[in-house]
Ligand binder design. Structure first.
Ligand SMILES: *Cc1c(COP(=O)(O)O)cnc(C)c1O
Length: 490
């Protein structure tokens, strides 16, 4: 489509296209489960996991991959993780409980919660699950609980404050890497305050998406582990956390063009391309653009397994991270969330109304709200797909904003003005692809007492045209008396 305003064409997997080519089926799902509905597949998740595993196998590294559970609420991904021998990184009592109830082994789990309640710590220690501790107060609680239970607790320490490019990387989490040695020496061991805690390894999770920073952090942890070994503390693993980039978009040109056009719009050189000329992080000060785009970097060339390889192969004075980890016999661990969910889910909503606002912009009201597709960054920069229910005779291209159901002026689902081939009709569907990682679940709320979206799993039978099958995610069923799955065959 030729459009004056920039487009951002998403990468779309075959199963999504298959469903979008069947408007009737999607309409039936909305009828049955309400709008919006989240549709998933576990196969892409499994393939993404295998690509990470292959990297470690190829490099001959001991490894363990944990799926960061918080990135999506569906229990089915826990089952998929277990299928390919992935562990799960849990960040709350309920997340941990659910994995244990699903039959996962303690060795396949880790607790990295930012706030660890005594209840969570007790469950982890009782069941023998590794806890990554962030500060001395947490050690205190763990020590108390472990003493009561008369078992030793397996713990790792989260570290931060790595040196990178002449600065130290700030984080509100973890122990200052420079103090770990003293802290262990003073508090750990049979006659010390935390004698019920057994130190087993180091952990970090960095903000941002720099491979250089991650490589440096890993290297500094490897060096620290050598020093700790000399003091009698054995580091069996180093966990490098999550934040592995993924690539959402098809074209670098579109991505670069978008950024240029957004800046022009802010300067008033062209019509706004975002709602009320939102700069998405760019600011216009005295005619010049300042600041940076504060969205996720949706287009990337170095992503997923390539991103991991880069971190592992980075060289330092003591050799590459791979060589050092191998020679020290340290297991490397990672906790990807978003990047494992690449191509694993999409969100479908129904058009409720069309109207023109005071400025003459088309607003398309969707039966969903902003929390059901919300990025932690300034916007979700992927073009959605319009699925018309009926063929219309003449197609007049339009540009629209999608608005949501919350009574807030700011419930605008995408900040960008979206070009479409035709004006949506009431009852048409809009599909947002690749929303499984954070987008659909992380911020979802029940204001106005709206129901949360149903979570379906598309079971791909062959040939698909004859037999579509969708299973509702078990975790989404609030009433446990309902049979495990509701089945909708079409
Ligand atoms: C959020 C989080 C992750 C996952 O991060 P992604 O960006 O989804 O890969 C992993 N580990 C910890 C400790 C986290 O907080």
């Amino acid at each position: 489509m030729k459009s004056k305003i920039p487009v951002l064409t998403p990468k779309v997997s075959e199963w999504m296209t298959e469903l979008m080519n069947n408007p009737c089926l999607l309409a039936k799902l909305i009828e049955e489960y309400g709008s919006p509905v989240n549709i998933h597949q576990t196969q892409p998740f499994i393939e993404n996991a295998k690509k990470y595993q292959q990297v470690f196998w190829d490099l001959g590294l001991e490894h363990r991959i944990y799926f960061a559970r918080k990135a999506n609420k569906c229990t089915s991904f826990i089952e998929a993780a277990a299928q390919v021998n992935l562990g799960v990184d849990t960040a709350s009592y309920n997340e941990l409980k659910e994995c244990l109830d699903a039959g996962m082994e303690a060795d396949d789990l880790v607790v990295t919660a930012a706030i660890k309640t005594e209840k969570l710590i007790r469950l982890a220690i009782k069941t023998g699950v590794l806890i990554i501790l962030d500060n001395s107060d947490e050690c205190q609680i763990a020590q108390k609980v472990a003493s009561e239970l008369q078992i030793s607790a397996k713990i790792g320490l989260r570290v931060s404050g790595f040196e990178y490019q002449g600065n130290r990387l700030y984080s509100r989490f973890g122990f200052d890497i420079r103090q770990v040695k003293n802290f262990l020496q003073e508090n750990f061991g049979p006659t010390r305050a935390f004698n019920q805690l057994t130190y087993t390894g180091l952990h970090f999770h960095l903000n941002g998406y720099s491979t250089g920073a991650r490589a440096a952090a890993l290297n500094q942890c490897l060096l620290l582990s050598q020093e700790l070994f000399e003091l009698g503390f054995e580091t069996s693993f180093i966990d490098i956390g999550g934040g592995f980039l993924m690539n959402y978009l098809q074209s670098k040109e579109e991505w670069e063009h978008f950024k240029v056009k957004l800046q022009s719009a802010l300067k008033g050189e062209i019509e706004p391309i975002t709602y009320q000329n939102d700069g998405l992080g760019y600011k216009l000060i005295e005619g010049a653009i300042h600041g940076d785009l504060s969205t996720y970097p949706y287009f990337n060339e170095l992503y997923q397994e390539k991103f991991l390889v880069e971190i592992l192969n980075t060289r330092f004075g003591n050799g590459s991270n791979v060589e050092t980890a191998r020679s020290l016999g340290i297991e490397l661990r990672m906790e990807p969330g978003r990047s494992l969910l690449d191509q694993a889910g999409m969100t479908v909503a129904r058009v409720n109304f069309r109207k023109k606002d005071l400025d003459g912009n088309w607003l398309i009201g969707l039966e969903m709200n902003m929390t059901q597709m919300q990025s932690s960054s300034a916007d979700f920069l992927l073009d959605p797909f319009l699925i018309p229910m009926e063929e219309t005779e003449e197609k007049v291209p339009v540009e629209v904003y999608f608005t949501g159901a919350y009574c807030l002026e700011r419930d605008v689902l995408l900040k960008r003005r979206i070009p479409l081939m035709q004006l949506p009709q009431v009852g048409d569907l809009v599909v947002f692809v690749n929303t499984a990682g954070y987008m659909m679940h992380f911020f979802e709320s029940e204001a106005h007492l709206f129901d949360l979206a149903a979570n379906l799993f598309y079971i791909r039978n062959s040939p698909p045209e004859e037999n579509y099958e969708f299973l509702e995610d078990k975790g989404a069923l609030k009433d446990p008396s309902v049979s495990n799955y509701m089945l909708a065959k079409h």
